[in-house]
Design a protein around this ligand. Sequence first.
Ligand code: SF4
Ligand code: MG
Length: 314
Amino acid sequence: VKGLTKKFPLGKKWFKPNGYVRAVDGLDFTIKKGETFGLVGESGCGKSTTGRLINGLIEANEGEILFDGQNLVGLPDSQWNSYRKRMQMIFQDPFASLSPRMKIKDIVIEPLDVHYPKMPKSEKLEKAEKLLEICGISKFHWNKYPHEFSGGQRQRISIARSLILNPELIIADEAVSALDVSIQSQVLNLLVDLQVEFDLTYLFISHDLSVVEHISNRIGVMYLGDLVEVASKEQLFKNPKHPYTQSLLSSIPQPGKQDREKIILKGEIPSASNPPKGCKFHTRCPFAMDICRKEIPENIHVDDDHVVACHLYS
Ligand code: SF4
Ligand code: MG
């Protein structure tokens, strides 16, 4: 992803907006094949928008999304289709994304009906049943309806559905956030197993840093539409550089280890429609300097595969 930008118009008159919210403001990052890239940040920071841009659900204003070398930004719809199959999304609320009047086996088959209308029904069923089984839904339940399942089981069903087209990239947006903690770890473990079995790459979006820690190889931290830090999980947790990352980490307990010194941020997240000048974090940063109020910090490579946007390191 290079310079990816999405602006949403503000105000009632869509044809003459009162300005824009830069929901995603020039992101640069890479997701490596076969890895899990975690995208973390508070709600409204632009992480869901980033996932939806990559998946083509919404269109970028600027920048590039290079998927297997092909820039997807501005690609005509006809060409998008072949890429759409290769990326699938899993959402937070499986109940909302599963049609209540369909049996779950038909829900899992549906993407095949859309993309491969000529495939025989028996072949589709065979694929769906295999995936449901792998995702932990036994055959006694295949003729049931979504409301007959628990939240965790429904997420398993939507995961089975997301796999039916043999995708390469799965974008999971708060995929376990609605689930109890014990169920969360079961679903995360399922995702890890599936990644190995089907050679999947994940973009894993969550506001919950401990969930992201559980599953990710590399992590990007977002604040007000910017990526402020990208690093391997180990680097990010051992050696966080950006004051915002440091504050996020200081708020999660460290089982068996000494808790980090708590960094309490001043104030609320500023409005995305009128973000602070310079470093957008300066209104809350305990280390803000003069330059922070004036100049936007550049991305600085502090280590191999560790990038931070902060004047403290320039
Ligand atoms: Fe804080 Fe300045 Fe770094 Fe922004 S650039 S995070 S305000 S020190
Ligand atoms: Mg979101």
